[in-house]
Design a protein around this ligand. Structure first.
Ligand code: NAP
Ligand code: MG
Length: 466
C-alpha cells in the first residue's frame, strides 16, 4: 500500500534479546477502509478468475514459502521468540495450507436434482462470501494467516488482514510472497496497526465486508461476534483452549511422556492446543512424573538463534501473567517439582516448570496457562475424570494416551472438544478440520470444511416442462 509510507510506524521487538527487529506502519481506521476499497474493487475479478488459475497462484506461493523457509523461520523466531525448530515447523505447516487449498480450489462440485413434485430442476452451487476480514494472533504468525488466506482465496474471496501488533513482519513477508506468486493487486490487503479495536471495528461496520474470521482469545472473539450481529456478518472463530492430557493405567508410559512433552512445550506452551493440564492414572503417575520431569530439566531455554529448544514468552506482560498464575497455584498448595535452567539473556524467559499437588479446581487448571508450565494431576475413576473435564466452558483439544485403542476412542468420543490426539501430542493437520466447541469457537479451519467457511450456498430452481 503506497500511502502507508506517510503513516507513523511502530517498532517490533525480539522478545529474546529486546532488540528492534523492524518497524511497520501504524495504520488507523481510514487506512482500514482504504484496504476494503481495494479488496472490494479486486473481488469481482478474483471471484471470476478460473479456479485453476487461483490454484496455480496458491501452489506457487506454497513453493516460494518453502524456498524461503529459512528466512521466514528466522523472522518468526525473531519477532515471536519461538525456537528455530518450532519456527521451521510452522513455516512448513503454514505453506501446506496454500498447497492444500490450491488442490481444493479446483474441486468445486455441486448438486443437481429433480424437485419432488416435478416441474423443476435444482442446481446447487457455491459462491464466494465476499470481502473477508481476517484477524490473527501472535503465537503462529504465519500459520494462522495462511490457514485463513488459503481457503479464502480458493473460494474466490478477497481479504483484508490484520496481524497481531507483536508479530506483523511475518504477514508482510507472506504478502510479498503472494505478490511474487502472481496474486493480483488488492486480493490480500494487510493492515498493520497498534489500534486493533479501531481498525477491526471499521471493518465490522463496513457493508462491503461479508465475513469475519478471527483467531485469538475468547474475550475478543465474543466482542467481535457482538459486532457481527449488527450486520449479520458471517463469522468463524478459533478461540481459547484448555486441553487436558489423559494417561490411562495401560498406556505406554514412555510414549505418553514423549507425546505430553510435545503437547505441552511446542511453541513454549503458547498454543491454543497446548496441553494445559496432565491427568495421569495413579498406577503410573510415579514413572510418568520421573521421566517427564527429567526431560523438562534438560530443556534448553534461550534465544532461538542460539539454538535453544524453548524461547522466551512473547512479551513482558505474558511473562508476568504466567509468573502470577504459578505463584497463585503455589500459594494454594501446589509444589514446583522440576524446572529447567534460565539463560542469562535479557529476554522474557520463563523456565519450563512441572507442578504437582495441584488441586483439580485451581485456576492454573481451569484457565489457559499459555506458557511452559505443566500441572500434573492424578486420577483413578474414569467417570469422575470425564465429568470434571467436561465441566468446562472451553472445548478445543484433548490428548488421550492408552494401551487399548478402543478405550482411547471411547474416552475421546465422550470428551466435549473439537479435536482429540490419540497416542500423539499434536492434532494440527491442514487436511483435518481444526476447531473447537463451546467457547472455543465456531466453524472449522483446514480440510474441505475450512473452504466452506468462505462460501455461500446458492441454488437455482429451473423451470422444467413435464
Ligand atoms: P487476542 O488479544 O484475542 O488477539 C488476537 C488478535 O485480535 C490480535 O490480532 C489482536 O491484535 C486482535 N485484537 C485484540 N483486541 C481486539 C479488539 N478489541 N478488536 C479487534 N481485534 C482485537 O489474543 P492473544 O492474546 O493475542 O492470543 C492468545 C489467545 O489466542 C489465547 O487465548 C489462545 O488460545 C488464542 N488462540 C486460539 C487459536 C485457535 O485456533 N483456537 C490459535 C491461537 C491462539 P493486537 O494484539 O495487535 O491488539
Ligand atoms: Mg490480547
Amino acid at each position: 500500500m503506497t500511502d502507508q509510507i506517510t503513516a507513523p510506524t511502530f517498532a517490533v521487538e525480539d522478545p529474546a534479546t529486546l532488540e528492534v527487529v523492524g518497524h511497520v506502519p501504524d495504520l488507523g481506521p481510514t487506512h482500514a477502509t482504504t484496504a476494503v476499497d481495494r479488496a472490494a474493487a479486486a473481488f469481482p475479478g478474483w471471484a471470476s478468475t478460473a479456479p485453476r488459475r487461483r490454484a496455480d497462484i496458491l501452489r506457487r506461493a506454497y513453493e516460494l514459502m518453502l524456498r524461503d523457509q529459512h528466512e521466514l523461520a528466522t523472522l518468526i523466531s525473531r519477532e515471536n521468540g519461538k525456537s528455530l525448530q518450532d519456527a521451521t515447523n510452522e513455516v512448513v505447516y503454514a505453506a501446506e495450507f496454500f498447497r492444500w487449498y490450491s488442490e481444493e480450489a479446483v474441486r468445486a462440485g455441486g448438486e443437481y436434482g429433480e424437485s419432488p413434485g416435478g416441474g423443476a430442476r435444482t442446481i446447487v452451487t457455491s459462491r464466494p462470501v465476499g470481502v473477508a476480514a481476517l484477524v490473527t494472533p501472535w503465537n503462529f504468525p504465519a500459520a494462522m494467516a495462511t490457514r485463513k488466506i488459503g481457503p479464502a482465496l480458493a473460494a474466490g474471496c478477497t481479504v483484508v488482514i490484520k496481524p497481531a501488533a507483536l508479530t506483523p513482519l511475518t504477514m508482510l513477508a507472506i504478502a510479498e510472497i503472494l505478490g511474487e506468486a502472481g496474486l493480483p493487486e488488492g486480493v490480500v490487503e494487510v493492515v498493520t496497526t497498534r489500534s486493533s479495536g479501531a481498525v477491526v471495528s471499521a471493518w465490522m461496520a463496513d457493508d462491503r465486508v461479508r465475513k469475519i474470521s478471527f483467531t485469538g482469545s475468547t474475550q475478543v472473539g465474543s466482542h467481535l461476534l457482538h459486532q457481527a450481529a449488527d450486520r449479520i456478518v458471517n463469522a468463524s472463530m478459533e478461540l481459547g483452549g484448555n486441553a487436558p492430557v489423559i494417561v490411562t493405567e495401560d498406556a505406554d508410559v514412555a510414549a505418553a511422556v514423549e507425546g505430553a512433552l510435545v503437547a505441552k512445550f511446542r511453541n513454549g506452551g503458547q498454543a491454543c492446543t497446548a496441553a494445559n493440564r496432565i491427568y495421569v492414572h495413579s498406577d503410573v503417575v510415579r514413572p510418568f512424573l520421573h521421566a517427564f520431569g527429567a526431560a523438562v530439566e534438560k530443556l534448553t531455554v534461550g534465544p532461538a538463534l542460539d539454538g535453544a529448544a524453548i524461547g522466551p514468552l512473547v512479551s513482558a506482560n505474558e511473562r508476568q501473567r504466567v509468573n502470577d498464575a504459578v505463584e497463585l497455584a503455589v500459594r494454594k498448595g501446589a509444589r514446583v517439582a522440576y524446572t529447567a535452567e534460565l539463560p542469562a539473556a535479557p529476554g522474557h524467559f520463563y523456565p519450563p516448570t512441572v507442578l504437582v499437588d495441584v488441586s483439580h479446581d485451581s485456576s492454573i487448571v481451569t484457565e489457559e496457562i499459555f506458557g511452559p508450565v505443566a500441572p500434573i494431576l492424578e486420577w483413578n475413576d474414569e467417570e469422575d475424570l470425564l465429568d470434571h473435564l467436561n465441566n468446562s466452558d472451553l472445548g478445543l483439544a484433548a490428548y488421550v494416551f492408552a494401551g487399548d485403542l478402543g478405550r482411547a476412542i471411547r474416552i475421546a468420543e465422550r470428551l466435549e472438544v473439537g479435536m482429540v490426539g490419540i497416542n500423539r501430542g499434536t492434532v494440527s493437520d491442514p487436511s483435518a478440520p481444526f476447531g473447537g466447541v463451546k467457547q472455543s469457537g465456531l466453524g472449522r479451519e483446514g480440510s474441505r470444511h475450512g473452504l466452506r467457511e468462505y462460501q455461500e450456498t446458492q441454488y437455482l430452481s429451473v423451470d422444467w416442462p413435464t
